[in-house]
Structure formats: structure tokens, C-alpha cells
Design a protein around this ligand. Sequence first.
Ligand code: NAP
Length: 345
Amino acid sequence: MSAKISVAILGATGSVGQRFIELLLNHPWFEVAELAASDRSAGKKYSEATNWVMQTPLPEKYSNMIVKKCETNLQSRIAFSGLDASVAGEIETAFADAGCFVISNARNHRFDADVPLMIPEVNHNHLDVVKFQNYKGGIVTNPNCSTIGLAIALKPLYDNFGLEAVNVVTMQAVSGAGYPGLPSLDIIDNVIPFIGGEEAKMETEPRKIFGSFMNNKFVDADFKISAQCNRVGVIDGHTECVQVKLKSKTSKEEIIKVWNEFKSIPQELALPFAPNPVITYFKEDKYPQPRVHRNLGNGMGVAIGRLREDSLFDYKFVILSHNTIRGAAGGTILIAELMKAQGII
Ligand code: NAP
């Protein structure tokens, strides 16, 4: 068996960084060799630099690892980034210039003209763009956590019936705000009807993801999206109420069928983090729920329920997906697996 590929985690001490460590513990292809974060954490043992909040114990082999600075002298050629957006842009560019392949959760490079905004089940064909980047290494980005669940649910509808318009209202978990995130007195027993920048991300990212790459540039898909984003007192798992207007008429049964049958390249290649099924449709009116369904497919699956006709659009339904697994670290690991399977890394 060939040796595992060494990877670094940038922003290893944060909410997404911790999730990377947890998910990569027994990964068949990747081995976490380096942990990096800010100067506040660099030089400390990982267990001292981070406040571990995952539900599994901090793996012993990482607790004594010394956290490094996010400087380009790291040995690993692949870096998973869970960096804060205030610093991610420059640090990720420096790593890519130095020959590293950076797969990022931060927003900074998502709309660069030569950077794919990647969900492997949805737009794997955009990955080729990495070959034309002017970096010695490369950058690929993961979309926003709520965009990912939405785009996966929309993909079978887009392919089979065409999409004209989407309206989405989110109920997003507190872990999406990072660690320590919101003060408890703001969020317990409360709903906050604003998440800075989130609505703009949800209204633009899906159009790049569903768009095409032609004549050396991304051309957005032409459907319209309106989003309203709310923070709710749930720890993990984003719920989204969606209305869609389709280009061609179809039935409820046909929609459920295309969701249940949806598979893509990650499932065909049987990539280690590819969920199968990708989408699970629940017939019970009370589902999906974050506490019950966020770990479907090891946190990589998308739960959908409550499909019904809509008096303004054609149909409406509810989506649930895990924001720090499918929507962040797990989604990024799946991108790296696809890049390896396609010989890019
Ligand atoms: P977080 O908990 O606040 O963690 C941020 C990380 O960035 C920490 O490791 C922190 O290190 C590091 N950092 C901060 N300033 C730095 C600097 N000057 N130099 C180097 N490292 C620095 O945030 P998060 O929730 O994990 O999110 C990380 C990124 O993923 C963000 O860009 C976020 O928008 C995105 N994202 C998050 C989610 C989610 O559900 N949480 C989902 C999708 C995408 P120290 O501990 O040393 O300060």
C-alpha cells in the first residue's frame, strides 16, 4: 500500500479546523502532518492552543503536536484551509504561489476568475480550471455552508426540469459563526434575523456553481435567487425552507424520484467521503430535523422533506445539511479526494 499524503491544516484551532482533525483521523489517503494557526497559537501544543469542542475526544497524536505559523515553509503540498476570512486571502495566495494546493473554506478566493467554487457532485467539470491557474500550486474553494446543501438539492431539479427562480429562508446553526461565535445571551431562546454577508453569498454562489466555463471565464447560470438568512439556537446543522420555479412542469413523485436516484462522479468513483445516497427524502411531515438528521451519511448526506405545491412558485420543500461537515471540512476533503482521483494532486 502506498504511503499516505501529508496534509497541513491552516486555521487548525478553529471550528472548521477541529472538524478537519476529527474527520481526517483515519483517512485512507491523507495524513495530517502539520497544524497551523495565528501567532497567538503558534509554538503551543495543539491541546493548549485550542478549546476542543468536537463530540469525539481530541486524538492523542494531535494533542502534543506543536502549532506552526501559517508560513509557506510548511512541508505539506496540500493545505486544507479553515482560516478566518480576514487573513485567508493573502495566506492562501502565498501558499499556492509556493507550490501548495490549497482547498479553502474561506470566502476570499471564491469569485476569482480562475478559481473553481466546487461541490464535487454538482460541478466536478470546473476542476480542470485549476490546470490553467498561474500558481505553482493551486486554489480550489468550497462554497458557503448553506449554499452547499441548497445546491445539492437543486442539482437534480436543474438537470431534469430546469430552474427559473429560487427563494430560500435559512435557519442556521451557531457553529457556523466559528468559535467562540455568538454570546450565549444573544442566541439562547432567540433567533437573529441577520448573518453578515450570508444572503449575498447565497444569491451569487449557486449561479457560479451551476454556470459554465467558456472562453477562459465562468459564465453564471441564469436562474434568480432570493435569500433570507437567520441564526438559530441549534449547535450544528443548517435548515433551509426553499421555493422553486421550474422551467418544465413535473410531478411531486418525479421530483422525489430524481432526488432519491441522484448520484454523481464522487459516488461513481466511490471516493472515501462520498455519501451514498447523496440525498435522502423523508415522507414524514415532521422531518428533516437538525438533531435527528445532521449526521446522515457521516454528515455528508443531505436530508430533504415536506415537498409540496406552492401557490407563488411551483414547489416548496425543506433541506437539512451539516454545516461544518458537508458545508465545510467534509466537503473540502471530498474535493481533495476528487483532485487526487483525477491526478491533479
Ligand atoms: P474560527 O473558529 O473563528 O477559526 C478561525 C481560525 O483562523 C483559527 O484557527 C484562528 O487561529 C485562525 N486565524 C485567525 N487569525 C489568524 C491569523 N492572523 N493568522 C493565521 N491564522 C489565523 O472560524 P471557523 O468557523 O472555523 O471558520 C473558518 C473559515 O471557514 C472562515 O473563513 C469561515 O467563514 C469558513 N466557514 C465556516 C463554516 C462553519 O460552519 N463554521 C462553514 C463554511 C465556511 P487562532 O486560534 O490562533 O486565532
